[in-house]
Design a protein around this ligand. Sequence first.
Ligand code: ADP
Length: 845
Amino acid sequence: MRRPPAETPLMRQYLDVKERYPDGIVFFRLGDFYEMFFEDAHAAAQALDLTLTTRDKGKEDAIPMCGVPHHSARTYIQKLCERGFKVVICEQVEDPRLAKGIVRREVVRVVTPGVVLDEDMLDAKTARYLAAVVPEGARRGLAYLDVTTGDFRATTLESAAALADELARVEPREILAPPALHGELRRDGAALTAIEPPELDEARAILGDLAAPSAEGLPVRAAAQAVAYARATQPAGVLPLVRLVLYRQGETLVLDDTSKTNLELTETIAGRQKRGSLFGVLDRTETGPGARLLRQWLLFPATDVARIRRRQDAVERLVEESRLRADLRAALAGLYDLERLAGRVTLGAANPRDLGYLRRSLEALPGLAALLGDGLGRGLAPPELLARDPGLDETSAAAADIAAALVDEPPLSSREGGLVRKGYSAEVDELRRLADGGKDEILAIEARERERTGIASLKVRFNRVFGYYLEITRANLRAVPADYIRKQTLANAERFITPELADLEAKVLHAEDRLLALEADIFEALRRRTAERAPAILRAAAWAALLDACAALAETAHRSSWVRPLVTDNDVIEIEDGRHPVVAELSPAGTFVPNDCRLDPRGDQIVVVTGPNMAGKSTYMRQVAHITILAQMGSFVPARRASIGVVDRVFTRVGAADNLAGGESTFMVEMRETAHILQHATRRSLILLDEIGRGTSTYDGLSIAWAVAEYLHDAVGAKTLFATHYHELCALAAKRPRVKNVSVAVSERRGEIVFLRKIVPGGASRSYGIEVARLAGLPRSVVARSRQMLAELESGDDLPLFRRAEPPPSPQATTGVEEKLLALDPDRMTPMEALGALAQLRRLI
Ligand code: ADP
């Protein structure tokens, strides 16, 4: 930055800060405002819609500036962060009244999209991750860190594609990476920050004890990069880090971006809301940490059978023990977010009220443990919940420490006093006595002086400028004694002091100043002691989160009558009377039709699901994926019985993700996703393909669908559900042994179709497109004409689909509009294609 020619000490101070934080917007505290200067002022004025002014108006090289009031700064900080800016908070760190020369200022923290502490900006149920990526050839090291809780993980991915899958479920808000990678990392909702990664030695030094010495190079370097960056944002505090967790992607069921979106795992496609998503149905947690853990289970389901069964044991116990479950959930509901409170304590950002909340939450833990202890006594408590020692001795000690030092309802601020409990510090008590005693003496003066002067309206008052004074109305001025010293004249009153009053005032103010400072010191020391116990608090918090997540799954299982699935290593998925967890939940009781499913790479490998539009094909396919994911996260499932052989990945290619707004043709997206599946699926994967090839002409579409199915059968071997309304695809079952046909039953009554929603063996013989078109409200004459056309076509010697290279009707004979119109298949067109066709028809006329 260009240094301004007219340099004042204040601007010198500012520029020194700016030099250290060139890539952030510096919020420079001046009195009650945060001011921004130079380029920062321009950027902020634009982003925040603020008025740009100048410092030293009228001067030639006036400095551009804008500002925001400090009490409303958070909204501005939030806005800047959402736009990917970093905000550097530079505070006055000494009392301006006491400052000699210019007030000292220091950067107290940096807020970046990935590093946010303000509760208003955080979602209680979602982790806020800062990620770092380090490349080495095709491989990628990935680390991510939630600064609010110390959650810290790292892994190695074998390719950029695998990294993209992982990032889809981590959902970092900020990614640190060398600029060369930014192209492949660009994604919605994540800011990119350019950083070159540290070398391994340096990385190890940064991580210290956080990483095991055996840890591999790439994740270690990524982890160190995240830590170094996060630390730099918190010059005044310590990150709540306990341990770096290293994992391999294969330890979990991989869900890529497309599947996460299509299966509406955490939010709906239309509206992007939690309600209506799978998480929306599952989340009956009572605490933030519990919800975040459950969300993580959902997005990272396990693949290890033993581990899944342990979690199932815990859930099952809590399903059976309704009383215990209810008691646990009631106790959990009383907890504040222990993880984030512990985080704020170590970061030095916790206020007295936070410590009050922390104390109450910690005090509730023994009761929670006692509930389980009961279970333990009767041999009931599930091992998954007992394997972890919550370490309640230390958390109880922390609670007792806070309880001794702070009042029951501590104030927000540590600087305004009134937070230290009576009896905790003899010095605090003494200073309070002095201050209060002085005030009492001052009040006594009022009564005494009224009597002495005979002025009934005489008052002792206080303000910040004059301190204590006697106020006498103009009418009574004649009665003022000679020993009063005049301080100020107002319109209808005068203000006086006396030496006695001044003396007392000095005593009171002195005591109050010392009291405030002492209380702040006591709080600071308490926060530091509590911070030392943060690892124990975080351990206990993790234990409570586990209870909460298990109890939530049990509650859902109980309420919706879900069953414990048998989870195995045998590759077969078998579901009896399965239901869609969300659709069934939201349908009126008893109206959802349950369905069976069997997928087995050795027999029923590819199941082709045919049936008219709206019959229930997608619902059926998604419910199979949902049940599989639920089973692997340790949950019960909506079915009468289910046996799930663990899958390594779920792939989806579902029509609903049509990306018209994205500017790419639907067909292109569809084929790209299909290619991705064919490349990455294994024998252990579960694939859902919905209406493959619909984005192109019928011939093309059917041919592609056919070839894809063959490839999955011959080369991949993955369990596949293949929904299509090309009933011609049913012929594949005759040609390939492991292809089975099922269809969604419909019945026809006097030409009207009724959807039965039941999956039955065998393919659909026809597509019922005309019936569906009629249901959709196509004019009766058009429906009738379609029937006529269909009859003509079907009575021909071959189905039109398999008629080859027939010359199109000559355009000279007619205008061609009718032929074109009849050749259209509205069922298989996207809105864009329909509009295009309409335009073309007009041109023909
Ligand atoms: P398709 O994929 O065949 O076009 P969908 O799966 O989108 O059909 O289902 C169409 C509608 O039918 C959905 O709105 C859904 O609520 C309802 N539906 C689907 N399956 C069932 C079922 N098993 N029981 C009750 N209603 C269902």
